[in-house]
Design a protein around this ligand. Sequence first.
Ligand code: 6PG
Length: 246
Amino acid sequence: MTGKREIIAVADSDTLARTAAERLLARIVQGGERPAIALTGGSSPEGLYRLLAQEPYRSRVPWERVHWFIGDDRFVPPDDRLSNMGMARRLFLDRVNAPAANIHPMATTVASPQTAARLYETELKSFYGADRLDRARPMFDLVLMGLGSDGHTASLFPGAPALEEKEHWVVGVDKAHLAPFVPRVTLTFPALASTREMLFLVSGEDKRDILARVLAGEDLPAARAASDGGLVWLVDRAAFAGRNAA
Ligand code: 6PG
């Protein structure tokens, strides 16, 4: 069953980061022996990632059990400043006791984004333990998502064939619609949907127009994103015009 969208509006980006950290922890606690989180890139999750490396969160996360994936990445070497997993590593994963085997980056130094996509799909299937997604048994406990100014999410850009992908869990994207203009590798909607909770993080005034369009139901990639579990839009007051935030 596809979850109903919930909007949580908070005062500012600090509250957004703390609220996201609490939701992430709650999902980890409910996630059994091997909780799986799909991280995202962009600037919106940076505050959350920094918090996870600091107390009290650092001590509250059972690092030895949690597995960290990435919902999309730029096809650049892992130490490139543009790498999404590279950012997550710099901000928290390299600063805590996360076992290397629990961190699942995309292989971005292989021949092509398509090869990277096939490899990541194989890795996801092996972690999940099946070749087909079962809606009653989500792959992830939490999938983090961002919102681009053109309405993209993950690396699913407006008008791209990747939006229609129903079979593959991961695809290569040769051309980005928005800077940085480097090829991407992205999970598809069916794979992203296989989660107990999908959590969009949207912060800042420059997101106000596009957020209003998405929430009004315009046919944009971010508005198409569905979840087999909860679907939560965590937004701050700067991004979410017209309603008072807590
Ligand atoms: C990427 C991201 C992308 C991001 C949005 C929002 O690789 O660029 O995964 O989907 O989440 O573009 O980015 P900002 O938070 O920087 O606006």
